[in-house]
Structure formats: C-alpha cells, structure tokens
Design a protein around this ligand. Structure first.
Ligand code: BES
Ligand code: ZN
Ligand code: ZN
Length: 478
C-alpha cells in the first residue's frame, strides 16, 4: 500500500470524512440529487454512504462518537476495514481521502484501518495475480494529514505486514534458521544490526533452556540479536525486547492433542514476529532510543532425542529446572534470553510470547495479558499506548504464592505450576530470570485469527506491535 499527499483530488474515487451533517456542504462534487440522497441517508442514521457513479465511487463517512475517544478511534479503524472491502469490490486502485471533520487524526486512523485490512498472504496461491486486491494507493488531500503522519502510516503498515507474513509462513519455510535469515533481511532494510548465534555458539554459551527444547528437532536452534543504536540515543541503558520464537509447537513428547490444537502452532513465533516488526518500525523512524531485541528460536518436537517429562535441565542462568511438561517450552527459551539481557543492564525489558492457553482462556482475543516489575508510571504509559492502538492490556499480579506453585522436589524449579492461574505461574517462572524492570506480554489469545475480523486479517494479526511502537515513540518523547 502506497500513501501520498496531493494538492487537489482528481475527479475519481474519493472518500470524505465528516463529523457533522453540516459539513456535507463542503463536499463540492455532489450533484444536487446526490446531495439530497446523502442528507436523507444521514438522517436515517447511516454513517457510511456509497454513491456509485458510472465512472467513480464517492464514499461519505460520518464519524460516530462513542463513549470514549478510544472507542471512537477504533470505530474509525473498523470503518476503514469496511471501506477496504467496498473499494476492492468496486476495483478501486487509488482512493482519495479528504478529512472535513474536526478530528485532526481521522484520516490517519481511517487509512490505518484500510491499510491493515488490505494485507494479503498470497505466496502459496497459484492464481495470486488474480486474487491480489485492486486497492494499492491512498491519496490524501493536503489539509487532511501531515507528512509526518503519512511517514508513520507507511512504516506501521510495512511493519505490520512483515510481522503477519512471518507468522503466516509455515514451518516448511520458516525453520529457526530461516527465521533468523528473514529477521536479518527485515532488520537490514531498516538499518539495524542483526547478529545470529548458531547452534555451536548456543552450545558454547550453555543456553540449556533453548537447547533442551531443541533436542527433539532435527533442525538447529538460533539466537538472533537485533540492535538499533542511534548516535544520539536518549537512554543510556538500552531497552530490550524479547520474542518467543517457537517456529512450531507440537508440545514435544507431551504432545498436543492433534484435534485442532496444533493447527495454529506455526504461529508460536508470533512474539518474535512482533519484536521484529517493532524493531523495523523504530529503525525506519530513526527513533532516538537504544533498543535491542532478542529472539531465541527452535521448533518443539518429539524427536528421538527429545527431552522428556521428568528431565532436569540446567538453564543458561545456572538454575536447574525439572521439566514436567515439554509443552511448557516457551518459558524455557525465554528464560535464557531474559538471562542474556542482564549483560546490557537494561532500563526496561519487554517480552512478547504466545506463552499460555490460559491467557487465551482468560481474555479471549480481546486483549493482552501482561504482568511485570516495571514502574507503575511505565505500566501506565503502556496501558495508554494499548488503549490508543486498541491493543489493550490486562495486568495480572505476580504474587509470591505463584512461585510456590513452581517448587520442585529435586530441582530449583519446575516448569509447570498447575492448571489454575496458568498464565501467571508462567510469568512467575520468567520473573526468576530477571533482575531489571520487566514486563511480560502473553499474546496467545490475540496473535492469530482463523477468520478475518475487521482490520485483523485471517492468520497472523501482529497484535501488540502498534502498542509497542506507540509506547516506544512516546518513551522517546519524554
Ligand atoms: N504455545 C503454547 C501456548 C498457546 C496455546 C499459544 C494456544 C497459542 C494458543 C505453549 O507453549 C503451551 O503449550 N503452553 C501450555 C503450558 C502448560 C503445559 C503449562 C498451555 O498453555 O497449555
Ligand atoms: Zn507448548
Ligand atoms: Zn509454545
């Protein structure tokens, strides 16, 4: 999707954003019978009106004010998805957008909804050229948006597309090594430094968590480090992002029941895709922040040499873990990455992971379960970003009792805490490997859609990316 700013709309397909009926008078291209048709439709409480002329389509969109600005903005984004479908139905290649409302960011938000809804993953379709969406350009009238907003829209759209594509790629293409390669390509396109640690190096470092999960696989693990280090960074100590990179989760020997529960497990690297997309965005935006991302990656399989329930492993940190369920693998490789992060003495660490079914059961696909030790002020900023981007956060407590659940008779900890409070005991496990302000985002419920819903296309959603980028952008401002 391309975005541009133009002086004057050509007499082609266009959309006008209004926030009251009076501003309809400013839509100067309607004939009088069309104008009265629109007036009547607006009176009948229609908020999106299509005028299908033989040589062009005009959309009139009246913004609906909801109970809060957060909800109003999300309504605009969702309308964007509706418009995206209509535009493609009408084979519109370039849609002109003019904002006549008093909301300065209305064109941005609407276009964001359109652009995110317009994502397609056609790589494996033989008739891809026939299925590709007609809509490829959005042209804003110059009073409707700022140049800065257009740049941001471009970056956010590209970052979201990269993230979704990484999630949508099946294991057959996206092994841990291939994930590292894709991250390198995406990272380099944004001017980032990418370093990939191979299996030999991971063995040398003694990353016991990552290696234990990898034992059942015939494919080697990787540990990828992405760095954005601008000359004039505002932070002395880096912010570190960590993403779970389980390129496929069969559960290992604690095999997942095959009936449907494995279907979406190519998406178990969504955390790594979100941090990759986030790094891409901040690199492209040249955000004045020093940020490092870590991606431990492997598939989790019940191969011949697979780790077994009952095994005791020594983690990268030196702690021992009794593995009682090989399907609780994400926390093992994340723990190694969280331990690695200590070397940077980070100001803040944020990890993203499809960590537990329990998080999905708790809030469904309506938000992110989060928890952590970051300052209250930082948490509030994260919540604000989550609301602004409608990638909302629900914070869970890290009470001491949850650590009790992880006590092992024979090792320092076990890797499962039991059925109840499963999302939290997983977070509590991770906390053990941190000694810095930290926030954990469990995106198991939101990272993957089996069907398109609004501007979230089917497959990878990139949920969490816009919250993270928004948070870092505001962090850089303060
Ligand atoms: N990758 C899964 C979590 C998951 C479940 C993500 C559903 C997306 C949708 C994770 O590795 C896992 O299997 N967790 C187990 C942990 C349990 C064995 C303690 C779970 O949640 O059941
Ligand atoms: Zn698992
Ligand atoms: Zn998993």
């Amino acid at each position: 999707m391309e975005f541009s700013i133009i002086q004057k709309q050509p007499k082609k397909d266009q959309l006008f954003i209004l926030d009251n009926e009076r501003s309809l008078g400013q839509v100067d291209i309607l004939e009088s019978n069309e104008a009265s048709y629109v007036k009547k439709a607006l009176k009948d409480k229609q908020s999106l009106i299509t005028i299908n002329q033989y040589n062009r389509v005009i959309f009139i969109y009246l913004i609906t004010e909801k109970d809060s600005e957060t909800l109003t903005q999300e309504g605009i984004r969702k309308t964007g998805a509706t418009i995206q479908a209509l535009a493609n139905k009408h084979k519109i290649g370039t849609l002109g957008i003019t904002n006549l409302s008093s909301k300065p960011n209305a064109a941005y938000t609407l276009a964001e909804g359109i652009a995110l809804a317009n994502y397609q993953f056609l790589k494996y379709k033989s008739d891809a050229d026939k299925s590709v969406n007609a809509l490829q350009n959005i042209a804003f009238t110059k009073q409707s948006i700022t140049l800065k907003e257009v740049e941001q829209l471009t970056v956010i759209t590209e970052a979201t597309y990269h993230t979704r594509t990484l999630v949508n790629e099946p294991l057959a293409h996206l092994t841990a090594e291939q994930l590292a390669k894709e991250i390198s390509t995406i990272g380099k396109a944004a001017g980032l430094k990418v370093t990939v640690l191979n299996k030999a190096r991971i063995v040398k470092e003694k990353m016991g968590g990552l290696l234990a999960v990898n034992r059942g696989s015939i494919l080697p693990p990787t540990f990828t480090i992405i760095e954005h280090k601008p000359k004039k960074a505002l932070n002395k100590k880096p912010i570190v992002l960590v993403g779970k990179g389980v390129v496929y989760d069969t559960g290992g020997l604690s095999l997942k029941p095959t009936l449907a529960s494995m279907d979406r497990m190519k998406s178990d690297m969504s955390g790594s895709a979100v941090v990759t997309g986030t790094m891409y965005a901040i690199g492209k935006m040249q955000l004045p922040l020093h940020v490092i991302a870590l991606v431990p990656a492997t598939d989790n399989r019940p191969g011949q040499d697979a780790y077994v329930p009952g095994d005791v492993i020594t983690m990268y940190s030196g702690s021992t873990v009794e593995v009682l369920n090989t399907d609780a693998e994400g926390r093992l490789l994340l723990a190694d990455a969280l331990h690695w992060a200590k070397r940077y003495e980070p100001e803040l660490v944020m990890d993203f992971a499809t960590l537990t079914g329990a998080a999905a059961i708790a809030v469904g696909n309506c938000g992110i379960v989060c928890m952590g030790t970051a300052d209250e002020e930082v948490k509030n900023k994260m919540r604000e970003s989550g609301n602004r981007q409608y990638e909302r956060l629900v914070e869970y407590p890290l009470w001491e009792e949850y650590a009790e659940m992880l006590k092992s008779d024979i090792a320092d900890m076990k890797n499962v805490g039991g059925r109840y409070g499963g999302a939290i005991s997983a977070g509590k496990f991770l906390q053990h490997f941190t000694d810095y302000p930290w926030m954990h985002f469990d995106i198991a419920g939101v990272s993957f859609n089996t069907a398109t819903s609004g501007y979230h296309t089917s497959g990878g959603t990139a949920y969490g990316l816009r919250m993270a980028v928004d948070f870092l952008m505001h962090y850089a401002k303060n």
